[in-house]
Ligand binder design. Sequence first.
Ligand SMILES: [Zn+2]
Length: 350
Amino acid sequence: MSAHAAVTRPSPQELRGAALEYASMGIPVLPVRGKLPAIPAAHQPGDPLYQQCKGECGDLGHGVHDATTDLAQVRQLWDQWPQANVGLRTGVLFDVIDVDGQQGRDSLARFLADHGGGRPIGGPRVHTGSGGWHLYVTPTGLPDHIGVLQSVDYRAADRYVVAPPSRHPVSGRRYLWVPGRGLDTPLGEVPQVLRERLTPRPVGRDHQPAATLRPAQPGHPYGRAVLEAEIARIAGARPPGPGRGGERNQVLWEAARNLYNLVAGGVLDQAEVTAELERAAGTCGLLRDEPRQTMRTLASARQVGLAHPRGIPDRPTTGGRGRDRPRQQDASHHQPFQPRRRDPDRARER
Ligand SMILES: [Zn+2]
């Protein structure tokens, strides 16, 4: 590929053709504008599903979760966004070591010289539009890691990379497969020393659930009290009326997520929570009025809630301020890389 081709804007036919080719290899693809998803987000701040839903609602607009291998859908997507760059989901058929510019190349070379005997990492390789590399490697199952080395990121599950023949939004240069190192090359392997860096430590980034959990058996009085309070909250949620929307769906989602947090923490029994939630959704009329949406809401809350275990608060709440009401904010709202500790007791103080 000549230098001239590298700065020529890829045609819609090229982009669409590449997207279809990747998808037909079983690689989930998504349209990206520059480096960001082209499909507008399905949920905005204020929507209870914002940053929670991963497509369970059935709509597009969930970032990497829109990625698909369905050729008909890929055609539709590039009909709608013909200039879109091609994003490839990582963590499925491959992970990607994302080496940013000359600084990243130097830092990777130094690391491999110091620890890996200087052996380069093989496998498919992309020359990125910013002068760095994407190294395609066998998936490790390890989580993504921003800054695993200086100017080097690791892209794994729930991430994506921009792929050839996309055009870099700043430099205007194309992403190009390094000659002889296309996707027909066997994947590279993550060297053991780098793998160790990628393995999460028991203490650190991943500290939040363990630090706040106290083990408990299902049937603990705290769990019973929260279950009763949340079920009562759903049953009392307001249906839509003249001049105002209802709050039932949002209340149901929050209450269900809170309860499944406690299921994940071992405090409540999952079958009981599911049965009680469905009963409450019937009592408040939601199941009758919006059966499909209601079941989707419950499925989404279950998935999010179970992913964020919560136990009994470290110090039981005291003082006679009535029923212990679960907080609406909890760990499942945290941004992935900026965990914010919350303390239910402190949050209660005025
Ligand atoms: Zn959604």
